[in-house]
Design a protein. Structure first.
Length: 130
């Protein structure tokens, strides 16, 4: 079963992505030769991580009956000499005490996408015939 298909779209670096019924574009900014027709691959990774954090918290708050009204996750990525780092700034709105807010922060670091990104992962690539 195919989960995602990414295909070149004829521009220098642009890619078309098909995910179920959704059509997305990926590209690079003009500063590195792209046409900026869509988010960069790294921006898609940050989008997946931020979305997963927010959805995880929303599900948890609903189960607990907490008055969580809104979640904002601001993310950015930096490459350092000793590795890579993603920074996530989490804002939760609602009638929540400090203990609940801290619990939500802790849980955001356990979302499935963060676990995927922080645990060892193997990627197996094979050539297929077109």
């Amino acid at each position: 079963m195919r989960a995602v298909r990414v295909s070149s779209n004829g521009s220098r670096y642009g890619q078309d992505a098909e995910i179920r019924q959704f059509r997305l574009l990926a590209d690079e900014p003009p500063a590195i030769g792209g046409d900026d027709t869509g988010p960069t691959p790294f921006e898609y990774i940050l989008t997946g991580l931020g979305s997963c954090k927010a959805i995880t918290l929303q599900m948890y708050a609903e189960r607990k009956g907490w008055a969580l009204e809104a979640i904002t996750v601001d993310l950015h990525y930096e490459k350092h000499e000793n590795g890579h780092r993603i920074y996530a700034d989490l804002t939760v709105e609602g009638d929540l005490d400090e203990q609940q807010r801290e619990r939500l922060r802790e849980l955001s670091d356990r979302c499935p996408v963060q676990r995927l990104l922080t645990e060892p992962i193997q990627i197996q690539t094979k050539l297929t015939q077109s």
